[in-house]
Ligand binder design. Sequence first.
Ligand code: DX5
Ligand code: ZN
Length: 216
Amino acid sequence: MIKVAPSLLAADFCNMEKGVRKMEEAGADYLHCDVMDGVFVPNYSFGFQMIEGLKKITDIPLDVHLMITQPERYIERFAQAGSDIITVHAEATKHLQRVLKQIEQCGRKPAVVLNPATPLDMIQYVLDDVDMVLLMSVNPGYGGQGFIPVVLQKVRDLKAMIDAHGKEIDIEIDGGVNFENAPKLIEAGANVLVAGSSVFNDPDPALAVKRLRESK
Ligand code: DX5
Ligand code: ZN
């Protein structure tokens, strides 16, 4: 089953609840929440207070993508705020396995994410510690950027790596996902698609979610 995770970065920040309701009506599987600290990425977005607020108004699982340095400092707070999945960048911490265990100990689903240029080797020895691997298909920091084509091969390589490992692990893709590349990503092995602009900017978000989910 393919899951679609609309990114709230593309919502109107002054009308966040409206954006959430729109995505509920559209049948989103997760709400992708992009947390940026202005250091790991050259942009700011929102923090745990937003996650806390979202948790109060919706039952859609919150897929929290932490684009912050040393995420170990804030795992507990993001867990308490109501994150369901917590994804940390392998590039952002010196002790990746420890952070992933920290997420698990907080009762949340641990996931790891790699920037486009980061090799898959970085996560070879933490597959037992994650429920999901996220591959960035843009350099993180902004919505609305173009998909980096070489990531398609990276998805195939990751799928082979996960199959060889034997554990069931979701493969999520984030950045520039659209109707054109979604079928190729799914064929390559992705099963969770993050979509910011392609869902929020579509006049019919429900149809956009359905089209992405059923991409062939
Ligand atoms: C980029 C974020 C993405 C972004 C995706 O730093 O991690 O989640 O919102 O937006 P689109 O789908 O517009 O590339
Ligand atoms: Zn993201």
